[in-house]
Design a protein around this ligand. Structure first.
Ligand code: SF4
Length: 255
């Protein structure tokens, strides 16, 4: 396969894939979506409360992630628990009022509807057990498609959900071929500066570049590139000397 990569680019990819695999093979971790231990404990409990993780995914849209992911816990606190049967009894109007009165989301009406319909879908399609979305060692495309069926969930969140299930929760999948990279601001910066994509690359190009570079698991780059972007490759004054890519990185656009 000729990807027309320079020797330095091959080294960069090698470092990123190796570190990605180190992250992948770490023991089961714990999610840290919010800055609230109780809320994170609820999201982390995918065997006892798998619907909390799914509803968190559904809420993760157009507001700060920690604010979105705490919404299941806000319900749990109000209801005195987050058992699925408890959620199933909630009326759409009650959910809408709860969103509005507690300023849970920037788009309270729409997101309240998404919350309600997600509960109904888990009930009808997954027999009240959201873990059926990823049960039975499914294909990555199947899990991603199932998340896409929830109202308000687009490819970015569906991909993130599949990535978290594989990397953090260690859920067995038949493959990782269709788990893409999420081209957030950190990923775009590192990919651009290290020359893996051009300075004007679209998000779609970043996604296809990751597919091209590691077809078996394009999302392998997600966490490691995000960590480089957050830790060393800062928007201004990047700490190139301490970065794991410094020996091979062309530092495109860095002053
Ligand atoms: S070497 Fe510098 S420019 Fe390249 S990825 Fe690392 S921090 Fe960013």
């Amino acid at each position: 396969m000729n990807l027309e990569l320079s020797t330095d680019q091959k080294q960069i990819i090698d470092i990123l894939v190796k570190q990605g695999n180190v992250n992948l093979n770490k023991p089961r971790g714990k999610v840290g979506f919010t800055r609230n231990t109780d809320a994170d404990d609820l999201l982390d409990d995918i065997s006892g409360h798998p619907h909390a993780f799914v509803l968190g995914c559904v809420m993760d849209r157009q507001i700060r992630a920690d604010r979105a992911w705490i919404i299941p816990y806000r319900f749990s606190y109000e209801l005195g628990g987050f058992e699925f049967e408890r959620l199933l009894k909630l009326e759409p109007d009650w959910i809408r009022n709860f969103f509005i009165q507690n300023s849970l989301h920037r788009f309270p009406n729409r997101m309240a509807d998404n919350f309600y319909h997600a509960i109904q879908m888990i009930h009808q399609k997954y027999h009240g057990d959201a873990a059926n979305i990823w049960a039975g060692t499914p294909m990555s495309a199947t899990v991603t498609r199932r998340f896409l069926q929830f109202g308000g969930v687009g490819p970015k969140i569906a991909t993130m959900a599949a990535n978290v299930l594989v990397k953090v929760f260690k859920v067995p999948f038949a493959d990782t071929t269709y788990i893409d990279i999420s081209p957030d601001v950190q990923v775009r910066r590192v990919f651009t500066r290290s020359g893996l994509v051009g300075e004007k690359a679209s998000n779609d190009e970043v996604i296809y570049r990751a597919r091209e570079l590691n077809p078996a698991y394009p999302g392998i780059f997600d966490e490691v590139v995000w960590e480089i972007g957050e830790g060393w490759c800062r928007p201004s004054n990047p700490r190139c000397g301490e970065c794991c890519l410094h020996e091979y990185c062309p530092r495109i656009g860095v002053g």
